[in-house]
Design a protein around this ligand. Structure first.
Ligand SMILES: C[S@@+](CC[C@H](N)C(=O)[O-])C[C@H]1O[C@@H](n2cnc3c(N)ncnc32)[C@H](O)[C@@H]1O
Ligand SMILES: *[C@@H]1O[C@H](CO)[C@@H](O)[C@H](O)[C@H]1NC(C)=O
Ligand SMILES: CC(=O)N[C@H]1CO[C@H](CO)[C@@H](O)[C@@H]1O
Length: 230
């Protein structure tokens, strides 16, 4: 498997470093996320003692990547898949991206409420809206026109039945300049393997090394993959 190489390619491609110190804003979000009680599995903020879930790891990875100049998210179009409570999309918004968070139709009401509740407290650099997207179904035109710079998702590879649909959606959303970041929890290796094997037909896949993650938000139970359409 072509691991480790893509992130280097990406950092070179987006070399114009943009250092943003968003830690304070992020703390505000952490504290004001009313919904966090049932999104987090552990107690946030107790480094080392906590099994960070993949959404927190992915969000803090994005923040760290921006802070260290590895990634530029300012003004970039981002589509988040299976957003759930919307935490990762909100972090990307704080990092200056134009974000569209998506989920199944019946999840949108809560998702919109979360965004509204949490984002009204902070001064936004970017923007965030919520749109329904069921994997395998035709995406709303606003999602693919223009193609997003980034597609992100945390904990979206957990059922074998959804893998084919998820991959079809990733194909539909990806253009030649789209980078996909997926964070997953290693709770079922068989499904993850199944996904990676199927994805390899159409995507170049890399694994983002833990040395590139936010140093305080690492977990051996989480992996971050980066995919680019072949
Ligand atoms: C395990 S949750 C992860 C939520 C969030 N990303 C996080 O990390 O907390 C999986 C999410 O994928 C969404 N999902 C599951 N199947 C889907 C499908 N076929 N199409 C769109 N979203 C789906 C669920 O509604 C849920 O929000
Ligand atoms: C992808 O990026 C290249 C180089 O910046 C650009 O010329 C091309 O138009 C972009 N393609 C799309 C589909 O955005
Ligand atoms: C969804 C999609 O476009 N899948 C393609 C992945 O790659 C295989 C092999 O090249 C194609 O046959 C599929 O159509």
């Amino acid at each position: 498997m072509v691991l480790l190489t893509w992130i280097i390619h990406i950092s070179a491609q987006m070399a114009s470093a943009l250092a943003c110190a968003f830690s304070n804003d992020w703390f505000l979000v952490l504290n004001s996320f009313e919904i966090l009680d049932f999104c987090f599995k552990g107690t946030p903020g107790v480094t080392g003692a906590v099994m960070w879930d993949s959404g927190v790891v992915l969000g803090k990875f994005l923040e760290h990547a921006v802070d260290s100049g590895m990634l530029v998210l300012q003004g970039k179009k981002i589509v988040e898949l299976g957003s759930g409570c919307g935490l990762v999309g909100c972090i990307a918004t704080l990092l200056g991206s134009e974000v569209i968070v998506t989920d199944l139709p019946d999840r949108l009401r809560l998702l919109r409420k979360n965004i509204e509740t949490n984002m009204k407290h902070v001064s936004l650099r970017g923007s965030v809206t919520a749109t329904e997207l069921t994997w395998g179904e035709d995406p709303d035109p606003e999602l693919i026109d223009p193609k997003p710079d980034f597609v992100i998702g945390s904990d979206v590879v957990y059922s074998e039945g959804a893998v084919v649909d998820l991959l079809e959606t990733l194909m539909q959303l990806s253009g030649p300049n789209t980078t996909i970041f997926l964070a997953g929890e290693l709770r079922n290796d068989a499904i993850l393997e199944y996904f990676l094997e199927a994805a390899m037909d159409n995507f170049t896949i890399g694994r983002v090394e833990q040395t590139l993650w936010h140093p305080d938000y690492c977990s051996n139970r989480v992996v971050i993959y980066v995919l680019v359409k072949k």
